[in-house]
Design a protein around this ligand. Structure first.
Ligand code: NOJ
Length: 536
């Protein structure tokens, strides 16, 4: 099976299924639910970090790359999970966090203790620049009592690694090869387009430092080295790079197969269309025209440039898409299937985030104390400092927090939604009426299953080209896929009311190929209706 026919499912292990009662999901929990995922039809599972970590950023602060945190299990559990996956035709993709390590990592501890060899593993300066951390505040912190500062683009406990140092690169290649030796050939590389910092670090007041380290030409060189020294040696390797504030031009370069960098990339531009003036910590409706334009631009240009997208609506860093892009109160089910069609029928590899297949939504917590994420807590404080009232700050954090998607997976309607028999590390959401027991084989689940099946059986979906359609439509996101003689027009209504449109030429007699409603009336789409019309 080629990459273009595969669908990847993301599991946040901490919140998936707890088999021990400690309130934290574990690898055995993943193994237990593999048959459920095999039935859904997915090919690969991306697992967020489960390595030893102080958990300041939920495992993205790694203190030991080649180990498993006992709260998640051990290597026996890991091997069993891989073996069971193999039996069911499911592979695994591991999260490689190679931009930074926890300040609890031995490299950082040795550096701090004065070891020069390890000091060169980090980015140390006598004078900090004016760069901002992505989690708020300065991106620099005092390096012990040395009078120097170390760079941390994320939390103060996540120290950026110095990729310019060959020894660092070699150590990181060893990490990837270690997991390859455990039978893994799928890798998701965390914020990989920020590893190549400029040699001379300059102040950059306008963009908080962003362009001194994002998408630098040297990063392409590092990726080619990483590819050559590690996963590039596996014929079937599948890799995805998480790209922070990237461009289409760079994403093409990252993914053109002949350049031997990565298989595909995640970009986040479409998930910023509900940021007011580019600021996440605001409350604003999403801008549909912007969203549509971005999808069209990326879909078309990535195709023309021979690049490959990873398409997604949800992940562990995003509130649930149903709460953001759909009138969730009135049209949760149709909205969910429409969102699914809009990316599963497009060009690129679709990713499904756990719970999306049953239409899970944000938890609607009542108190700020329910939010655990470092980013949300920093943002709440920042909003209060800016003069917002507690209610206003809560209002914003509750719609923007990453915890919205990190809530425990809802398996049934019992206590803690069947996630744990203990105290969950993060409170279960309010809407446990949405759960696997009730919704497996429901409308949303069945539609996802169908989308996954179609990608495997229809070359036009896996391989077809992408062209924008109905570009001026007020509420419809439409595109045409082409493969040989076939043409598929995909129409997605993003409005909570019916809309009319003029059928593009050549599709007047096309057959209805996909429909998330029972019927389709020519040139009309019902609220959140998705229709794909096939012309031969
Ligand atoms: C992106 C990860 O998805 C996110 O959860 C994490 O906080 C940052 N990278 C830093 O590692």
């Amino acid at each position: 099976m080629t990459l273009s026919e595969k669908v990847i499912y993301q599991i946040y292990p901490k919140s998936f299924l707890d088999t021990t009662g400690n309130g934290i999901g574990d690898l055995r929990g993943v193994t237990e639910k593999l048959p459920y995922l095999a039935e859904l039809g997915i090919d690969m599972i991306w697992l967020n970090p489960f390595y030893p970590s102080p958990q300041k950023d939920n495992g993205y602060d790694i203190s030991d790359y080649m180990n498993i945190d006992p709260v998640f299990g051990d290597f026996e559990d890991f091997d069993q999970m891989i073996a069971r996956g193999k039996e069911l035709g499911i592979e695994f993709m591991l999260d490689m966090v190679l931009n930074h390590v926890s300040t609890e990592h031995e490299w950082f501890k040795k550096a701090l203790a004065g070891d020069k060899y390890y000091q060169d593993f980090f980015i140390l300066r006598d004078q900090p620049t004016d760069w901002r951390s992505k989690f708020g505040g300065s991106a620099w912190a005092p390096f012990g009592d040395t009078g120097k500062y170390y760079l941390h683009l994320y939390d103060v406990t996540q120290a950026d690694l110095n990729w310019r140092n060959k020894n660092v690169r070699q150590e990181l290649f060893k990490v990837v090869n270690f997991w390859r030796s455990k039978g893994i050939s799928g890798f998701r590389f965390d914020v990989i387009n920020v590893i190549g910092k400029d040699k001379i670090l300059k102040n950059n007041p306008e963009f908080e430092g962003k362009f001194e380290y994002t998408d630098k030409p040297i990063t392409h060189e590092y990726l080619q080295m990483l590819n050559r020294e590690t996963f590039g040696q596996d014929e079937n390797a599948i890799t995805v790079g998480e790209m922070s504030s990237t461009t289409i031009e760079n994403s093409i370069l990252y993914t053109q197969p002949e350049r031997k960098e990565l298989s595909m990339v995640f970009n986040f531009h479409h998930l910023k269309t509900d940021y007011k003036d580019g600021n996440k910590w605001t409350k604003a409706p999403f801008d549909f025209q912007k969203l549509k334009h971005l999808f069209h631009e990326w879909g078309e240009k990535m195709g023309q440039g021979g690049g490959w997208n990873a398409n997604f609506w949800n992940n562990h860093d995003q509130p649930r898409a149903l709460n953001r892009f759909v009138d969730v109160k009135n049209f949760r089910v149709k909205g969910a299937t429409m969102l699914a069609a809009s990316i599963h029928l497009s060009r690129g590899t679709p990713f499904i985030y756990m719970g999306e297949e049953i239409g899970m939504i944000d938890p609607d917590y009542d108190s700020i104390a329910d939010y655990k994420d470092v980013e949300a807590r920093n943002a709440y404080e920042m909003l209060i400092k800016q003069g917002k009232s507690e209610e206003e700050a809560f209002d914003i954090v509750s719609i923007k927090s990453r915890d919205n998607s990190r809530t425990p997976m809802q398996w049934d309607n019992s206590t803690n939604a069947g996630f744990t028999r203990g105290e969950p590390w993060l409170k279960v959401g309010k809407h446990t009426d949405i759960n696997v027991k009730k919704d497996k084989d429901g409308e949303i689940y069945k539609f996802y299953k169908k989308m996954i099946d179609l990608r495997k059986s229809e070359k036009i979906i896996s391989e077809g080209s992408y062209k924008p359609a109905l570009e001026d439509a007020e509420h419809i996101y439409a595109f045409v896929r082409e493969y040989g003689e076939q043409r598929l027009l995909v129409l997605n209504n993003f409005a909570n009311h019916s809309v009319n449109f003029k059928i593009p030429q050549g599709f007047e007699k096309a057959e209805v190929f996909v429909n998330n409603y029972g019927s389709y009336e020519s040139e009309t789409l019902a609220p959140y209706q998705s229709v794909a019309l096939l012309a031969k």
